[in-house]
Design a protein around this ligand. Structure first.
Ligand code: NAD
Length: 310
């Protein structure tokens, strides 16, 4: 264990992946007194993190040196697995870390990849936790993320205080991979329900209903859901929803397309007789490819409206 002054027994954190989410998460750890060694392959991300007070280093090996926990916040599973294993002559993180290091991956990746990453870490003599998040960049900055955690019970207890610095809700979902499983199931519900809410609003328009009338009924009836009452895809009924600011994210269409692809992989891998999930994945793929990647995912309603008969 490190001799640093950070709180708890995971006081020294190697933080790899200082992007939109990782950058502010690392800042919150620094503010809470953790010793952080930050690293990113993109120099601009390193500079930004340093400007916000996160100490950075020049190589992954330097970050991992002396660390109690190796926290990764990468775009996808291939990044996690290749960083763990090493690539292009670079030694893997698993190899350079001291024995019994906690490998904590907070990226959103395939359930199978998460289980593989955990198995690799454990086989190399380490401990492993998958802890994907929801709450977006706003939650990362405010330290109000939700963590969905897949871990052995004793490892969950160990990482919990660290996660509580960056989040307001930390849920133990089960063994390795269970955090990703919970995340993918939740986002399957979210993607499908946003499409359903959007189709209903466009149908309401065609039938002469005002947005407010449909909202007033559905939000207090069986159509009630987060896509309607928090992220309402039409401007007006929920003043804080992205629809009121020309669909600035929020939760970007590219991320919904990515998460539904993970859901699709899991549905196919497990043989679930799903029809809505694959369709939602296809719909958000098209949305992202046709200009929706950087817009909030609720802008799917504009696609539905535009493609409807006039
Ligand atoms: P991002 O692309 O902004 O950040 C990822 C960072 O990882 C980049 O800076 C990249 O350079 C770095 N990186 C990649 N490979 C690396 C390596 N081997 N070593 C060091 N750094 C490396 O992405 P983000 O928006 O921060 O998202 C990170 C993860 O969180 C993703 O898996 C995403 O699906 C998930 N997530 C994002 C949001 C969101 O709103 N942005 C919400 C929930 C979950």
């Amino acid at each position: 264990m490190s001799e640093t002054s950070g709180p708890g027994n995971l006081g020294h954190v190697a933080f790899l992946g200082l992007g939109h989410m990782g950058g502010p998460m690392a800042v919150n750890l620094v503010k809470a007194g953790y010793t952080v060694a930050g690293f990113d392959v993109v120099p601009a991300a390193l500079d930004a993190a340093r400007d916000h007070g996160v100490p950075t280093v020049a190589t992954p090996a330097e970050a991992v040196n002396g660390a109690d926990v190796v926290l990764t916040m990468f775009p996808g599973g291939q990044h996690v697995l290749s960083a763990y294993r090493g690539n292009g002559g670079q030694p893997g993180l698993l190899e350079v870390a001291a024995p019994d290091t906690m490998f904590l991956d907070c990226s959103t990746i395939n359930v199978d990849e998460a289980r593989e990453a955990s198995a690799l870490a454990v086989a190399a003599g380490h401990r492993a936790v998958d802890a994907p998040v929801s709450g977006g960049v706003v939650g990362a900055e405010a330290g109000t993320l939700t963590f969905m955690v897949g871990a052995l019970p004793e490892d969950f207890d160990t990482v919990r205080p660290l996660l509580e610095v960056m989040g307001k809700r930390v849920v133990h979902c089960g063994d390795h991979g269970a955090g990703q499983a919970a995340k993918v199931c939740n986002n399957l519900i979210l993607g499908v329900s946003m499409i359903a809410v959007s189709e209903a609003f466009v149908l309401g328009e065609k039938l002469g209903l005002t947005h407010q009338a449909l909202f007033d009924v559905a939000s207090a009836a069986s159509g009630q859901c987060w896509a309607l009452t928090t992220n309402c895809p039409v401007p007006g009924p929920v003043p804080t929803s992205p629809a009121n600011r020309d669909y600035q994210p929020g939760f970007a269409g590219a991320l919904m397309a990515k998460d539904l692809k993970l859901a699709l992989n899991a549905l196919q891998g497990t043989g679930v007789a799903a029809r809505m999930g694959p369709l939602a994945s296809e719909i958000y793929d098209t949305f992202a490819a046709e200009g929706g990647a950087g817009r909030d995912f609720s802008a799917i309603i504009t696609d539905i409206r535009d493609k409807s008969a006039h």
